[in-house]
Structure formats: C-alpha cells, structure tokens
Design a protein. Structure first.
Length: 448
C-alpha cells in the first residue's frame, strides 16, 4: 500500500515537472545540436570518451544546452557533480565546496563543479577557484552568455578551455519537439493532433533556444486539450501562445526569396522606410536574423562598396551583434545596418570588377604569371628568370613603380572602374592619378 502511494506521488510529481526538465537528455546520443563539439572525433567528444575532461568554459546563448552538457559529462566520466549558482553563492560557500572536493579527491573521486552564469562572480570570487583548479581538486565547468574574454579573469580563463555553443538550428529544435511529443517523458501518452507547419513555427519562434521551444510546446498542448490527454492544436491557439500572427512565410519557399529580394532592392533604391518594413516582415515571421545579417553584409560591398566603406564595417558589426544577442534584441542592430546601407551612396563597381575579372579568368586559366612577379625560392627558378626585374615598391619614391602585373594579353585592362558616388569619387581621382603616372613612366621607358 505504501509502495503504491509512493509511485502515485512520483507520478504526480512528474506531471508537475516542466516539460523542458523532463526532456533533459542524459547521454550524448540524446543531446541535440553542438555537433561541432560532440560529434565522433571532435575535441570535446574525445575528452569525454577518454575520461580526460579538463576545466572548461561553455559560452553561448540561453537554452542551447550548456547545463545539460555539463550534467552529461559528469555522468559519462563518473564524477561527483555540484551545481553552483553565481547569483546566490559567496566566497564562504565556494571554500566549503572546495574543501569537500579535496576530500573526494583523496578518496579517488573526481568533482565537477558547474557554475552557471560564471560571469556574475566578481574578481575575488573567481580568484577563489584558482588554487583548486590548478591542483586538480575540481574540474570547473563554467557557463556564460557573455564573452569570457571580457567577463572572466585572465588567470582563471588561461586554465580553462573555451567551447563556443551555438544556437540550435530550426531542424534540431523541430526534431526535439517531435521527440517530446512521442517520448514517455513528454507527451507520449497523449493523443496530439499538430501538423508539421506548426512544429516549424514553434521552432522558429524559439530562435535557437531549446528551453523556449519546449516551454512553448507545453503551453500550446495544455491550452489545446479537448479531452483528458487529448489535444488538437490550431493556428489560433498557437498564435495566442506565441503572441505572433502566422504571417505568409515559408523559409524554404517562394515567399522567403520574395521578401529578401524586397529588402535588398529597397536598400538599393535608398528607400529606408520600405527596407525597415521588409526587415520587420521577415523577423516577425521567424526568419533567422543571421540569414538577414549575411545578406546585408553582402549588400554592403555589392551595392555600396567604396562609396562608403563604413557600410561593410557596420554590416559585419550587426552580424556579430545578432550572434551575441539573438532575437528580439538584435532587431535594432539589423535596423541600424539596413538604414545605413539604404541611405549610403551607392556603387556596384566592386561587383562589376570581380564579375569582369572572373569572366576573363575562366577563359584564361592557363595564362602564365609574368616572370617579374613570380617567386624564386630555388636556384633553378632563379636561373629561369623567376623574379627577374621585380621592383619592390617600398624602395621607390611614392612607394609605387610602373612594373606590369597583368599577363601580357591583358595589359591595359581595367576591371575596377570607380563611380563618382560618395567617397568613391576620391578613390577614382586617386586611381586615375596612379594610372596616369604609370602610363607616363612606361612611355619614358619605351622611348629609351
């Protein structure tokens, strides 16, 4: 009777445990994402398989599996696992835990100390770990969403290997959601009617965060329950749970390309208002901000180029901000880059330069490199004339020479033709002056 009551109590406790905790994987085979770290043959996987785990820092956005991976490492390596909070613990608590770890080491037991949000520790608290990490009393695994180069003491950081965990992609999260629906730890004993598109919407909404995805799925299913352990998920319920309308958008279909085309062409036409609208359409529909950021980086050189080279710097900075923050915080950084590129002077001279050069290169792949700009690392090459008549520009006035660097068949060919837009007008003047000087020098040489 007591045994049956205990089982009932455990069952009820399981019912009240959040889905994200019930679905927490216990082995690397159950773990989603981070294949660059845990796939067979990769560094972290080899460390775990050899039971040769060292102190490390996991750096990545929320919900990508930092805590879970630390638990899995502890189980795989048969170590005692201590979960330590950087928010509620001080130096006194650190030393108490360290002393216990010293005792365990004397008994031959490893201790993995997991510190979530380790960047919240001040310098003195971080320094308290140092002697124990150096002696091997503990294996420290710290998790942080902040750049460890700035937030963790250099002395402690130098004793830890940093592993970067990436936001999960939509496919990984979709697979995780399907597993949660089928698993006995999830909704395996439920009858749930939910289609692939809605799973995809939840995965996109989560923006790489597995915990957000599972919490959202749980909210959607519970609010869709029609009978005991039966649920019919509708678009209306899903939209209410994620506070987002189901916009016409398919990341693998025509609308995906229509919207990115609309953004690109609005920026090209210097229409900042339209560009911001199309940006919002994509992000609010769940588009990966990094995809948009990559397209803006491309635009910065393809359509702005040397007319204002700051466009590339700002676009790359926006891409990095998207990596650091994710949605929704990074929406303002993408807006910054999109508006700057929209209002910047435009030039496609870099794009046309490369396309023209590529066309010639494809038809002239066997065109020999002029002898004067070849290296001559061996005596034979030197005897064959490699590097003969090479002119080292820094040895000449103005750090420039009239030496020909194109193959003979392309002498005089111009690929990059600067426009008169923005700062490129100055680039054009400078390039024209260089070419005029070289032409005059070559004429002098030919007249001798």
């Amino acid at each position: 009777m007591i045994h049956m009551e205990m089982e009932s109590l455990l069952d009820n406790r399981a019912e009240t445990t959040p889905l994200a905790d019930r679905m927490r994987p216990h082995t690397l085979n159950e773990y989603y994402g981070q294949k660059h770290l845990i796939a067979e043959g990769n560094v972290l996987r080899r460390m775990i398989d050899r039971d040769d785990v060292q102190s490390m820092i996991f750096w990545g956005p929320p919900g990508v599996g930092k805590t879970t991976l630390a638990h899995i490492i502890a189980e795989a390596t048969q170590a005692r696992f201590i979960n330590f909070s950087a928010v509620t613990s001080g130096i006194k608590e650190i030393r108490e835990v360290m002393n216990k770890a010293e005792e365990n080491r004397s008994l031959g037991t490893k201790t993995i100390l997991f510190v979530d949000e380790i960047h919240r520790f001040n310098k003195a608290q971080q320094d308290a770990f140092l002697p124990y990490v150096e002696r091997g009393s503990i294996i420290l695994i710290g998790a942080t969403t902040e750049n460890p180069s700035f937030e963790i003491n250099s002395a402690l950081l130098s004793r830890c290997k940093v592993f970067v965990l990436n936001a999960l992609d939509i496919e990984d999260i979709s697979d995780l959601l399907k597993r949660a629906i089928e698993s006995p730890y999830g909704f395996g004993d439920w009858k749930i009617d939910i289609d692939e598109e809605m799973i995809h919407m939840i995965a996109a909404y989560a923006n790489g965060d597995a915990r957000t995805a599972l919490n959202t799925l749980e909210m959607v299913v519970v609010n869709s329950e029609t009978e005991i352990r039966e649920a019919v998920v509708t678009k209306e319920i899903l939209e209410q749970c994620i506070s987002r309308k189901s916009l016409l958008y398919d990341k693998n279909g025509e609308e995906h390309y229509n919207l990115i085309s609309a953004l690109h062409k609005s920026m090209r036409n210097s229409d900042a208002d339209a560009a911001v609208y199309w940006l919002a359409r994509m992000l609010e529909a769940g588009e990966d901000p990094l995809y948009v950021a990559r397209r803006v980086v491309r635009f910065a050189s393809e359509d702005v180029g040397m007319a204002d080279s700051r466009a590339l710097q700002i676009a790359v900075a926006a891409y990095q901000a998207c990596q650091f923050l994710g949605m929704p915080e990074c929406n303002v950084h993408l807006t910054h880059a999109v508006v700057f590129c929209s209002l910047a002077p435009k030039s496609n001279a870099l794009e046309t330069a490369y396309l023209s050069a590529a066309a010639d290169a494809q038809h002239m792949l066997d065109e020999p490199v002029p002898l004067q700009i070849r290296n001559a690392p061996t005596k034979l090459m030197d005897e064959l004339g490699y590097g003969k008549d090479y002119m080292y520009a820094h040895d000449y006035e103005g750090h420039i020479t009239a030496m020909e660097c194109l193959p003979d068949s392309l002498k005089g060919k111009h690929y990059y033709n600067p426009s008169d837009q923005g700062l490129e007008k100055r680039v054009k003047e400078h390039k024209d002056a260089i070419e005029a000087w070289k032409t005059a020098q070559r004429e002098k040489q030919n007249s001798k």
